[in-house]
Structures are given as C-alpha cells and as structure tokens.
Design a protein around this ligand. Sequence first.
Ligand code: N01
Length: 536
Amino acid sequence: MSTEETPRTVDVAVIGAGAAGIYAMHKMTELGFSAVGFERGSSVGGAWYWNRYPGLYCDIESIDYSYSFSEELQQEWVWKRKYSTQPEILSYFEWVADRLDVRKSFLFNTSVTDAVWSDESQRWRVNTDTGVVLDARFIIGATGPLSTPKIPEFEGAEGFKGEILATARWPREPQNFAGKRVAVIGTGSSGVQVIPVVAEQAEQLFVLQRTPSYAVPAHNHLLQQPHIDEVKSDYRGYRERARQTPLGVFTGSSGKNASEVTVAERELEFQKAYDYGSTVKFGSSFNDLLMDPESNKAAAEFLANKIRSRVVDPAVAEKLIPSGYPILTRRLCSENNYYEAYNRPNVTLVDLFEEEIVRLTPEGIETTKGTYEVDVIILATGFDAFTGALRAINIVGREGRTLRGKWDESPSTYLGIAVSGFPNLFTVVGPLGGAGISNVVLNIEQHIEWIGDFLTTLRDQGATSFNADPDAEQDWVDKVAEVADATLFRYANSWYTGSNIEGKPRVVLQWVGGVSEYERILLECAKENYRGFHIV
Ligand code: N01
C-alpha cells in the first residue's frame, strides 16, 4: 500500500468490515469497481467482533439476521439456535467473508483518521493511523450504527484498584468472575444480557440501574431440522415477506389495533408473543402500540405484571419496572433469566434515581449513599449511535466544512445515505435512515444494493461525482421528523434520539416509517433519475 507521496488510487474506499463492509466490498468487486477497505479491528465482524461479553446473543432470530442476497449462502449456512450467540454470529460473518473472498481487500488494524474532498480532482484523499493513504472516487462509510461506545468519565477512575471492562470492548480472553465482587453499570440490551451470567459466577453483584428497560424472554432453543427445511424450501419467499413488513421481520401479527379489540383478545396476543419469546413479535403484536398512548400503556402494564410475577421482592420488582417513557420508544430488550437474577442472594439492585454515582474510589463506586466495594466494574453504558463513528473521523467536504461540524448542528442526511456538501460519500445505515428499530442486516442490504445501482448508473453516464441537494436533504429531515412526530418516539431519551450523549442534538435519529416504505422511497428516488442528487 502507498504512502503520502504516492497514494494508491481506487474507485471506492470502504470504511469498516462489519456486516455492511463485507457486503459493500463484495458488491463493489462484483460490479467491477476497484476498492480498498479499512477496519480498525484485526478481523471482520464489526459489532460481533467487538462485543464479546458473556450472555450476548442477537435479539433478531438467526433465520432473519443474515444476508439474503445470495441464495447459495443462505442455503449453505446452518443456524443452530433460534437466537444465535455472539461466537456463532461472528463465525457466520467470518465464513461469509471467506466465501466471498473479501478479506484480501481490507487493511485490518487500520483506522481512518481523515478524509478530505477535492472539488478539483473530484476525489477523496483518505488518511489512516498507519500512514497508508488512499485516493478514492467514492467512500462507503460502513461504520455501523452502534460502533462507538459511550464510556462515561467517572471522577477517580484512574485510581480504581480493580478492573474496568466495557461490554462494547470486551477482552478476547475469557473472563471469570468467580469469587469476585462485580458492579454492572447500565441496564439496556447489553446490561440485561450480561447481568444474569455474571450473577451466576460472581460472589457479589451490584447492578447500578438508572433507567430500567422493558424486556421479553428469548426462550432460546436449538432449531429443529423440519423448521430449517421449511424456511429453506422457500427462503426467497420468506425474505420477500420480511421485506414487506415495518421491521423487516415477518411476524404474522394480527394487523389490528390494540384499541379495537377486547381486553382478553389484547392480553392473549401479548401473551402469545411473550410465550414465543420475541421482542419483534411483541412490538408488532398490534399496529398502534407506538401511536396510541392507551394501547402503549396496555403493553407496558402487561410486561410490568410479568416483572411483578417473576421478581420475589416486591420493592425490587417496582424498581425494575420502567416509568416515564412509553414502551418501545427505547429498544425493547431480549432477556434470558434476567429478572430471576434479582432473586439471588448475591445480587443487589442499586437504583441510581435514589442515589447518584459520585466518583470511583480505589475500592469501588461511591454514591450519594455510600460505597460499593468491588473488584470489577462492567460498563454497559451504550453507544454514540449513528453519528459517532463517522464523527470520529475528520471528514472535510466542500468549502472546508467538516461532517463533525455539520452534525453537531443537526445530524442531517439525504435519505439516510448521503450528506449534502460531502460529495461521493455514502453513510450506510446512517442517521435518519431506515435502521435502528428494524433488522439491520436487511437495512444494510437495502443500502448496499441501492449504492451498487447508483454507482453503476454514474459510471454508465461517465459522471465523476454526486452531491445531495441541500433542499432535498432538508425535505428528508422534515419528513423523518414528521413521521416520528406521529409516534411516541419523541418522548424517550435514548440512543434513538441522541439524548444519551451529552451535547448531541436531540432528534429522532431514524426513519420510523417502516422498512418497506423506506425501500419504496429509495427506489422511487432512483427511478426518478436519482431525484435530489446533483450529478456531475
Ligand atoms: O446501550 P443502551 P446498550 N451512569 O444505551 C446507562 C443493541 N444491542 O449497549 O438511559 C449510569 O441501551 C443507561 O441509562 P440512561 C441494541 O439495539 C443489541 O445496552 O442513561 N448509567 C442505560 O441503562 C441496543 O438498544 C443486543 O438512564 C448510565 C445503559 O447505560 C443497543 O445496542 C445486545 C450512564 C445503556 O443502555 C444499545 O444497547 C446489546 C452513567 N453515566 C446491544 N451512562 C442484542 O441484539 C449510561 N448509562 C440483544
């Protein structure tokens, strides 16, 4: 690879070798574009490479959380469980990368530091932390919506005598908590999964909870061969049905509003989804759960009663029941014996609404009520979602404007895939796009396939650049907000709205109008000669 003096020239730079980067690299190669990829990890897998904490599995069923673009791949790979665990999913992405032979096109252990656009050459100059420099016509930012961990800076952290681990940057060596006193900070999807596993091992576990989550059991199990055979006998049809649903997963939901059915009928639907074990099925059990506050309350009350029935100490149960935000406006968690963990004598729930973390001391965590002495602190404190990874790169577009500066004002994009003023840059599953609440592998496929078609069109036209029109971008920003405002999403603080990160503008960061409608909009844009893009 080249140094600053002689940068290698390619059509496309791909940033990231997760689910999006692997497919992007394959698609570019298939279409005959020269491409080089950068990945800061030592291998492929993205989220599944970095998040290795015990208890991690995907909250979307394996049959759905996988690529659909290749009939050969989807027929060949055999999922073992309803919900795959992290090692299994990582193996899957490694296997796909090998089958598609894309590893050779990535530089691993390499982070992109800068990308500077030149109007003169109509190209990007891409710099990395290893000194490698690339001259690329296009950049595909396949950096992942949840790839920049939010690590809180606690006063006194450097003096803490024990170990601090983060679920999103988990060590590769197996961790053993036997005989140790452990604290977990954070009770989102990561915390809810790691807590029951640590509870079984640790001598003492303190769970420091600020905002509780709603959660539905996974009821994970080995997949039966007849079920696999049935799906594979018409996997294409199965995927097609999924693509027509709001979340990109076919659930066979009632299609009714909770407000229109009897209480008994409503409870039966909730119970069916709960017994089956699926956050997607639960969230899709009725159409109006995110629109009608009363229907939303009914779903919340159903899960609150489940918590009351599973947690022995009523005071602990009440603390675990969320309040102050509508259910589903923060991601519904998938759990495996989460509530039972609180029935163990070695587990203590610390409510951070009753006592606040003041600082870390050499011995542990000091709160406004006392000190919890621990050997290990596990941070399950979330991510700077959607914008974090690209913001971390110094991306300089037209007239010296930085993407960081633009998104600090407002995280705007055109269709979630391009940014006005930053020509030839794609933001795969970026802010204001279709990912976040839905099946992200499907969202990725929608983007990569659309990008492939767009780049082919540009090549056929002999064009050298595209730029999103600022008015088209503003119209999209307004449309995303309008659709979100018709729902209850705006009432919650979370990574969905950027409000988990200090100083980040508070907007609903995703298109919540559904996967199928999103695809229709993308395809309509393409059909109308890429409406909203200036092509030169
Ligand atoms: O992060 P989160 P996550 N002091 O932001 C708390 C996907 N995912 O990593 O909200 C004390 O949901 C924070 O409290 P609050 C999935 O899409 C999927 O758990 O700030 N607490 C919250 O409780 C998911 O939604 C899977 O009041 C602090 C928690 O930390 C997304 O990733 C598994 C704090 C963060 O929860 C993110 O989930 C894992 C502080 N200073 C992740 N700062 C599966 O597929 C934050 N918190 C199953």
